[in-house]
Write a protein that binds this ligand. Structure first.
Ligand code: 5RP
Length: 224
């Protein structure tokens, strides 16, 4: 199975959890995009849901597929959110934000009754941190935060896209923090959350309820 096929298999398995009448959070990234395509197919077949996208890109994709998309203010509760990840460890802790959408993704996940994470096999890791941890920051604070983040034991760099600083949907910057290995994700998450200028970091400590991994031996399911 290619990585793309593993992502598609995980996406297909996750879409099975969506039922009529649900409010569904739609994640962001290449794996989530496959899931959104499948949701679009089911909507065409008559599935009746309301969707809350986690990025402008996902919103556009969902709308183009005819999915009923609402703003965040229009819902009280989200029944189920399905999203990708950059890393997942054995405690189902995640690093997210490779696509720079982790602020909205975390808000949507935290308001969801259930979060299903979908990914290909290589995203399963023993220790978080090989993937650079994305930290979304207020642009005004970015340069002042670099030495503070470095003091936490990482090499921080302001994310670039096409040779220019990358701006999120909320017009913030992202500092990617190369830790190599994060020994205490909970402690790091708390430290980052308390730093003035940090809007949100990509550590998702207790958000994932179910993890579905596409592998050559079928779907591996992990449950909290
Ligand atoms: C976006 C994310 C994505 O879920 C994460 O980067 C995984 O992306 P992909 O499915 O393309 O590997 O957190 O902010």
């Amino acid at each position: 199975m290619t990585e793309d096929e593993q992502k598609a298999a995980a996406a297909a398995a996750a879409v099975e959890y969506i039922k009529d009448g649900m409010v569904v959070g739609l994640g962001t990234g290449s794996t989530a995009s496959k899931m959104v395509d499948l949701v679009g197919e089911r909507v065409k077949e008559g599935l009746d849901i309301i969707a809350v996208p986690t990025s402008e890109a996902t919103k556009q994709q969902a709308e183009a597929l005819g999915i009923n998309v609402v703003g965040f203010d229009d819902v009280q509760v989200i029944d189920l959110t399905i999203d990708g990840t950059d890393e997942v460890d054995p405690q189902m802790r995640l690093i997210k934000g490779g696509g720079g959408a982790h602020l909205r993704e975390k808000i949507v996940a935290s308001l969801s009754d259930q979060m299903i994470v979908i990914a290909e096999r290589k995203k399963m890791v023993e220790h978080l941190g090989a993937f650079k941890l994305p930290v979304e920051v207020i642009p005004f604070s970015a340069h002042a935060l670099l030495p503070k983040l470095e003091a936490l034991g990482c090499i921080p760099s302001i994310r670039q896209k096409d040779g220019q600083p990358f701006y999120t949907d909320e017009n913030n910057l992202v500092i990617d923090c190369a830790f190599e290995r994060i020994d205490d994700p909970e402690e790091l998450a708390q430290t980052l959350s308390l730093m003035p200028g940090v809007v949100e970091h990509g550590l998702f400590i207790d958000n994932a309820d179910i993890v579905l991994i596409g592998t050559d031996d079928g779907i591996k399911k992990f449950e909290r």
